[in-house]
Ligand binder design. Structure first.
Ligand SMILES: *Cc1c(COP(=O)(O)O)cnc(C)c1O
Length: 359
């Protein structure tokens, strides 16, 4: 056992800023001097209503959303959204358009097929997702909606912009929300799980245009119906209060830093690591240059036997979480908002030390 904190590059559940962890811990013991733990407050009481209200306002402010959008906190993570999107918006005989840019994007496609037809408008599967597909020039106007993933967490590619589309655009922003300035309003709906840039696992953020609620095509039980969640103000059942409260702490932290400053830092962090991978004789990044992600940086060892050695080498230096996803292998360092330049410098220093020892 050790009291020393690790530098944590885990892809999610991911590192959170120390001050947010401190505030969350304080709230577990005694929330705001109420004499109650945040884990034991009523979900229909005033305390939680204030948390909900402030969190929703902050999301709108940070994403520059007007009152045409509803903000929801839901359970069930990314995969429930993969299911609910087609459940609510894709009729059996209709077609939805999907961009296939990686693991999660692909999973979303598989889930949609339970409910209706899917047109894969673009895919980079043949390139093993080491680059983004080309955004489709012609998007059929009859599509129920179009779905894409802004950042491909497992392969390390990221769309630079959010295009405008004629058909309703739905985005999975789980691994890069709040990491940069984006035209969030180009989306008719977007969602993000909490456990990357938003806070503690358990809640999923959904922003949805009011107009979308009139497009719900199925009779669904309330828990699976976006309109029912809106009507219940995200308290259809017992909400994941602690996760939403942690999200509020992160939203305050994000607002205080500003997204513009966070973006600047994220660019600098990513550059530092990509530059070192490029410079260092032992490592390579196989991801197409122009498509590389600022959030999840995937790279390989030039000698296969170095893969395990380097992970152990990092662990010995208090650096954890750099193993690639089980489907891809090698390395992935996730540089979410809570990761500092200093954290990345520790990793690049370890890479340099590794090079001097093993090259
Ligand atoms: C992490 C992640 C998810 C997570 O989905 P869960 O079902 O909550 O595990 C979904 N989409 C993307 C892009 C992710 O990065």
């Amino acid at each position: 056992m050790s009291n020393k904190l690790k530098i944590n590059f885990n892809p999610g559940p991911a590192a959170l800023p120390q001050e947010v962890l401190q505030q969350a811990s304080d709230a577990i013991l005694n929330y705001n001097g109420t004499g109650l733990s945040i884990l034991s407050i009523p979900h229909r009481g005033k305390l939680f209503a204030a948390i909900l209200e402030e969190s929703k306002q902050l999301v709108k402010e940070l994403c520059r959303l007007d009152d045409n959008y509803e903000i929801l906190w839901m359970h069930g993570g990314g995969r429930l959204q993969f299911s609910m999107v087609p459940m609510n918006f894709l009729a059996e005989n209709d077609t939805a358009g999907y961009i296939d840019s990686g693991y999660w994007a692909h999973d979303a496609i598989e889930y949609a097929k339970y409910y209706g037809h899917v047109a894969v408008l673009a895919s980079s599967e043949e390139k093993n997702y080491t680059e983004l597909p080309v955004w489709p020039a012609d998007i059929p106007s009859g599509l129920a909606y179009m779905h894409f993933t802004t950042n491909n967490t497992i392969y390390g590619t990221q769309w630079k912009t959010i295009p405008q589309t004629e058909v309703p655009l739905i985005a999975d922003m789980s691994s890069d929300i709040f990491s940069r300035e984006m035209n969030y309003t180009h989306c008719d709906m977007f969602y993000a799980v909490a456990q990357k840039n938003i806070g503690a696992v358990g809640a999923t953020l959904v922003a949805i245009k009011k107009e979308m609620l009139s497009r719900i095509i199925r009779v669904l039980p309330p828990m699976l119906n976006y309109a029912a969640h809106v009507k219940a103000n995200s308290v259809l059942n017992t909400s994941p209060i602690f996760s939403i409260y942690t999200a509020l702490l992160m939203l305050r932290w994000t607002k205080q830093k500003t997204i513009a400053a966070i973006e600047k830092e994220n660019i600098a962090k990513a550059k530092l690591l990509y530059d070192e991978i490029h410079r260092n004789d032992l490592f390579t990044c196989n991801i197409k240059h122009t498509d590389r992600s600022m959030m999840n940086i995937c790279f390989t060892a030039n000698q296969k036997e170095h893969e395990r050695t380097f992970i152990d080498f990092c662990e010995e230096r208090n650096i954890t979480g750099i193993e690639g996803h089980r489907s891809v292998g090698a390395f992935r360092a996730s540089l979410y908002n809570a990761i500092t330049i200093k954290d990345v410098e520790c990793l690049t220093a370890a890479m340099q030390e590794f090079e001097s020892k093993y090259n």
